[in-house]
Design a protein around this ligand. Structure first.
Ligand code: G3P
Length: 218
């Protein structure tokens, strides 16, 4: 299973990259706007900080011709870049075109299996199914993820199901149980994945015993 960090913050990307276990970075217009820096500069710096990673950068137009121009521009910046496209009618048309050109895509703002089917048929590399925003509205966001994973596996689509809008480690557990291919989340949620109170208390005891005995490795 792949893990992506969902951020435009370069310090966060650097920290996550140093762990050696993160497979890419997802950004969106909101995250880029928060940085206060130019889009291209941020995206290229992210590519530099995570040279093996898949880096998602999103188009912002909604008419097909401008979306295509933006997608070709963004993807020309670095081969690591995956063009992020919203799931609207023109978005699906764009993904079909980009798939024919061999350009990787991440279809975003996906909330239902019928939307996911459109993305899979257009050849999306990643289908970003949002869970937290559905949970916020009193439904179970993971339902669509489970059904989408089944759909992709049943029909043998190449698309990877990417669980987005992940808010806590329980979403990661549910993503694993659903057989999702990728989960993207903020750095603070990734950091929570390291934590267990028994790890902390266990380590404290090991080190106290070691020090009491006056032992040393060197
Ligand atoms: O980048 C897309 C998604 O992960 C956003 O999450 O927390 O804004 O719903 P959130």
């Amino acid at each position: 299973m792949k893990l992506f960090v969902d951020t435009g913050d370069l310090d966060e990307v650097k920290k996550a990259a140093e762990w050696g276990v993160i497979d890419g970075v997802t950004t969106n217009p909101t995250l880029i706007a928060k940085t206060g820096k130019p889009f291209k500069e941020v995206v290229l710096k992210i590519c530099e900080l995570m040279p093996e990673g898949a880096i998602s950068a999103e188009v912002v137009a909604t008419d097909y011709d401008t979306m295509l121009k933006e997608a070709l521009e963004i993807s020309s910046w670095n081969p690591q870049i995956v063009v992020k496209v919203p799931l609207i009618e023109n978005g699906i048309k764009l993904v079909s075109t980009l798939t024919d050109k061999g350009i990787r895509t991440n279809v975003t703002l996906v909330f239902s299996v019928s939307q996911a089917l459109m993305a899979a048929k257009a050849g999306a590399t990643y289908i970003s199914n949002f869970v937290g925003r559905v949970d916020d509205n009193g439904a179970d966001g993971m339902d669509a993820v489970r059904d989408t994973v089944d759909m992709v596996n049943t029909y043998g689509f190449d698309s990877e199901v990417l669980v987005a809008s992940v808010r806590h480690p329980l979403h990661v557990l549910e993503s694993i149980r659903a057989g999702a291919h990728v989960a993207t989340m903020p750095l603070k949620t990734l950091e929570m994945m390291f934590k267990h109170p028994m790890t902390d208390s266990g380590l404290e005891r090991f080190l106290a015993d070691w020090n009491k005995a006056g032992l040393s490795i060197f």
